[in-house]
Ligand binder design. Structure first.
Ligand code: KG4
Ligand code: ZN
Length: 348
């Protein structure tokens, strides 16, 4: 089965072609970072307009790189939500138009399901069931994943997402948007033990096994500290390192607790913050001590991309051969809870 994947939920236009026999054939990404940089965050209307400009040329480029023609495609997978409504509509409209024109299926994919299944693109892929730590700009969730569409929420953030916290602290330190990668780079120049920031929700974990997250207290602690000091170059780096260490400690402690609770020994880390090198090294050290395995997508597939959408779409279509209907209309779901996603209907 040859599947075209389209991702337009936020500020990245991602396209990929996935072959069920040969794996990922080609992918391409256009990042809008430069477009939104001047505004310090994503401007939804500008995002939608840019997706319109970029999407079709990217589809052509990816098909050419994959050595495939439109007529070779068996299905088109696109991000149906959650995300920015206008941005989602661009991907949904193009995907459904292709499908309608070619007489093939279109399948709407949950963006987080794409992230969650993205480690399956790797050679060293986890088998079900596993615990997934989803850490993106909009979400921080721990899930028990029993199979495609079988997701049980174990814990989530009560306020900011991990990536959002990275972005806000980066802004405070005068770094650009999105701040995560820049903050991680600055942290390499700093000492993580000069400032002691709180590890939010770890007490609750010890008391009652609470697997939820909260990053607003940590954010406030960093804001308060930076107000009372001159932010010379070394201090900025030390703040970045101490903040990153606090986030990594919390994410790792809760992930380990989730594995104990579920009795599973495989952990999948996905989403933009999963690209954080310090988080990966703390997790890898814990994994070798605790005798469990950690699976990550390749760095380029941690952040938003078309490959994870093509793969998730393929996995759903494979299980749902019955859904042969051509698209006659579509809808997007800007707000969409991953735990409410149903498993694919197996052919009856
Ligand atoms: O998964 P993603 O591309 O988009 C969403 O679905 O939200 O995640 C983007 C988030 C941003 O907040 C970005 O700052 C963060 O991931 N991020 C990082 C790193 N790379 C991206 N945070 C920390 N360290 C990184 N290396
Ligand atoms: Zn994402």
């Amino acid at each position: 089965m040859l599947v075209l994947g389209i991702e337009t939920s936020c500020d990245e236009t991602g396209v990929a072609v996935y072959d069920s026999f040969r794996g990922l054939l080609a992918h391409a990404l256009h990042s809008q970072v430069a477009l939104h940089d001047a505004y310090g965050g994503v401007v939804p209307e500008l995002a939608s307009r840019d997706h319109i400009r970029r999407l079709l040329p990217l589809v052509r480029e990816v098909l050419r790189k994959a050595g495939a023609r439109e007529a070779d495609l068996d299905a088109v997978a696109y991000t149906q939500g959650p995300g920015l409504a206008g941005a989602l509509l661009v991907g949904a409209a193009v995907a459904n138009s292709f499908a309608f024109g070619l007489g093939i299926r279109a399948i709407g994919v949950h963006h987080l399901e794409g992230h969650l299944l993205s480690p399956l693109l790797e050679k060293k892929a986890p088998s079900f069931p596993f615990v997934a730590l989803l850490v993106s700009g909009g979400h921080t969730q721990l899930m028990r994943v029993a199979g495609v569409g079988d997701y049980e929420m174990l814990g989530e953030t009560l306020d900011d997402a991990a990536g959002e916290a990275f972005d806000k602290i980066a802004k405070l330190l005068g770094l650009g948007y999105p701040g995560g990668p820049a903050l991680a780079e600055l942290a390499q120049e700093g000492r993580s033990d000069r400032f002691a920031f709180p590890r939010p929700m770890l007490e609750q974990l010890e008391k009652n096994g609470d697997l939820n997250f909260s990053f607003s207290g940590l954010k406030t602690a960093v804001v308060t500290l930076t107000r009372t000091r001159a932010l010379d170059e070394q201090t900025r780096a030390d703040v970045a390192a101490a903040f990153q260490e606090a986030v990594a400690d919390v994410l790792v402690a809760k992930s380990l607790a989730a594995m104990r609770t579920t009795g599973l020994d495989r952990l999948v880390v996905a989403g933009g913050v999963g690209a954080n090198v310090r988080l990966r090294s703390v997790l890898d050290a814990a994994a070798s001590r605790g005798k469990f395995s950690v699976f990550y997508p390749a760095l380029e597939f941690c952040t938003d991309n078309g490959a994870m959408i093509a793969l998730a779409g393929y996995l759903r279509l494979k299980a749902d051969e019955a859904a042969r209907a051509l698209p006659l209309g579509f809808t997007v779901r800007p707000r969409w809870d991953l735990a409410s996603v149903a498993p694919p209907e197996t052919p009856g």
